[in-house]
Design a protein around this ligand. Structure first.
Ligand code: FES
Length: 104
């Protein structure tokens, strides 16, 4: 599946991501600035914060309970479509997904 990260400065990074990989792992592998993934995906750092593009937020779904709590401590202010990208798994249904990386 193809994912595009749109950065706060207007740059875009696009990459093919293997199904099953988390979108935090994919961002780190593609050197997406602003997505750090400090805790390795165990929901304790909130440094993998992204905002799902409005066209995609139905398909990525809502955050789980722990993710929802962690979204309250992100460096950049939480937005309605904010997610922790370690909790979104690459899947063929998400081909074309667009994620916005908030300014930290
Ligand atoms: Fe730490 Fe997502 S990588 S919460």
């Amino acid at each position: 599946m193809r994912v595009t990260w749109k950065l706060a400065d207007g740059r875009e990074i696009a990459a093919e991501v293997a199904p099953g990989l988390s979108l935090m792992e994919a961002a780190v592998a593609n050197n997406v600035p602003g997505v750090i993934g400090e805790c390795g995906g165990c929901l304790s750092c909130a440094t993998c914060h992204v905002v799902v593009d409005p066209a995609w937020s139905d398909r990525t779904g809502a955050p789980g309970e722990f993710e929802d709590a962690m979204l309250d401590i992100t460096a950049a202010e939480r937005q309605p479509a904010s997610r922790l990208s370690c909790q979104i798994e690459a899947h063929p249904d998400l081909d074309g997904l667009v994620l916005h990386v908030p300014e930290a």
